[in-house]
Design a protein around this ligand. Structure first.
Ligand code: EPZ
Length: 418
């Protein structure tokens, strides 16, 4: 296994290009199954999760080729309808193939995803919505076995709670359903909006894109997708949090600042200076972070995917911070690891109280999930001494070459086998 060895404290200085968004590219890859032919996706980050999803699509008869950051998915011979447990259990987002398979083939056999590092992650909304579209779903040995007689049919469905994945999955299914589908309380994350825009460019008929209510007029077929993946707002936010912790000045290029408003606002409350110039964001920090109160919300609220990273910043703040995750009440596996570094964080249900410490002290810590891993790496950059972050395969799922890019900004970090 790999681990990172980080020696701090070092400020972060320089310029960094932000990669394509993991959470935008995964649904786009699933959407390739809605057509026969070659889907071409640009600005694809070379991540473990992307490579993994390519394997799932190949199990379904597609052929995937990634050259640099361009991904081509040829679904001419797509014939499969089976996404096996061994593949799906490793990545929850694999359930994104359910909607496209039911829509295109009229049948699907997709393993129920397991939980994840921080707890159960239900898929009831995905299943309820597919049934509302007329799919017959059975559970057989841990697999969702779906079929449709005469194809999916337009329906009306309301998501409760707001769900990014279920919105994307059902949107893709509705595109080829017969008749009109009205979706209410949809997720409006930029990644969902990007998917809808890509589907429309391929011939889908979708109204209300970017709003909580979308209307989809089903069509008989769509063309293969051509799309450039948007910048990863969470990767950008992660680097911004790094500057807030370690101090310094970093300019990020290729970012859509509009997607980061809630994150930028919190970082400014923390004491960062943030300057936006078109697709450049420059973050500067001197001195100690200020304490803040943060509550995660669906977009455009503060993203749960930035909760761990900002908590790491608050661990060094001058004062007491409060963080509540309303999306995932138990997404706090990073707390005990941050406390190993000298943070003083106490949990009460879905609320964390972070008593700011003057300094953090390097120590061996364990990565548990993608964003917790990122928070621990940032903490290592800011901590006094050496921090070993073990099990970094978690971080490789969502950040491309993060150690190389942080080192280019002045961090003392290396990857080693152990
Ligand atoms: C997406 O996960 C992201 N993953 C997550 O990012 C992100 O944390 C999450 O959205 C919230 O923004 C991808 O896009 C691949 P949800 P998803 O359905 O779709 C409940 C990362 O670090 N829910 O929006 O699985 C659920 O329990 C990952 O990049 C149901 O109750 O999240 C949660 O409380 C981690 N039933 C809330 O909805 C369902 O059927 C939001 O979850 C589905 C979800």
């Amino acid at each position: 296994m790999d681990r990172f060895v980080v020696t701090g404290p070092t400020p972060l200085e320089g310029e960094i290009a932000v990669g394509g968004a993991k959470n935008a590219v995964l649904p786009l890859m699933a959407a390739a199954l809605l057509a026969r032919g070659e889907t071409v996706i640009e600005n694809v980050p070379d991540l473990v999760d992307v490579r993994f999803f390519m394997t799932i699509l190949e199990e379904l008869g597609a052929r995937c080729v990634m050259v640099k950051n361009q991904l081509k998915i040829d679904t001419t011979n797509q014939d499969g309808c089976n996404a096996s447990y061994d593949l799906v259990r490793k990545m929850r987002a694999s359930i994104y193939v359910l909607g496209p398979l039911l829509a295109f083939h009229g049948k699907a056999r997709v393993s129920l995803p397991g939980g994840c590092a921080w707890g159960p992650r239900p898929v009831n909304l995905h299943l309820d919505a597919m049934q509302a579209l007329g799919a017959k779903l059975d559970l057989d040995e841990g697999y969702i076995v779906g079929s449709t007689s005469g194809g999916l049919k337009g329906t009306r469905f309301r998501f409760e709670p707001v769900s990014v994945g279920a919105t994307a999955n059902v949107l893709m299914a509705a595109v080829l359903a017969s008749g009109v589908t009205e979706l209410e309380n949809c997720a409006v994350e930029p990644e969902v909006t990007g998917l809808a825009e890509a589907l429309v460019r391929s011939g889908a008929k979708i109204e209300g894109i970017g709003t909580a209510n979308m209307r989809i007029d089903g069509v008989d077929e769509i063309a293969p997708l051509r799309h450039r993946v948007m910048a990863d707002r969470i990767e950008a936010g992660t680097f911004m949090a790094g500057v807030a912790m370690a101090t310094g000045r970093v300019t990020m290029t290729g970012v859509n600042a509009e997607h980061l408003r809630s994150v930028t606002s919190v970082l400014q409350d923390i004491g960062c200076e943030v300057v936006v110039d078109q697709d450049l964001i420059t973050v500067e920090m001197t001195g100690r972070p200020r304490a803040v109160e943060v509550v995660t919300r669906p977009y455009p609220g503060f993203p749960t995917d930035m909760q761990a990273q900002i908590m790491a910043v608050c661990a060094l703040a001058d004062g007491t911070s409060f963080m509540t995750d309303t999306i995932y009440h138990d997404r706090f596996t990073h707390v005990s690891e941050l406390n190993r570094l000298g943070a003083d964080i106490r949990l009460d249900g879905s609320k964390a109280t972070v008593f700011g410490a003057e300094k953090l002290q390097g120590a061996p810590v364990m990565a548990t999930d993608l964003r917790a891993s990122a928070a621990l790496v940032l903490a290592g950059v800011a901590a006094q001494g050496v921090t070993q972050v073990n099990r970094v395969y978690h971080i490789d799922r969502g950040y491309e070459k993060i150690e190389i890019r942080l080192a280019a900004l002045g961090a003392n970090i290396r990857r080693e086998k152990y």
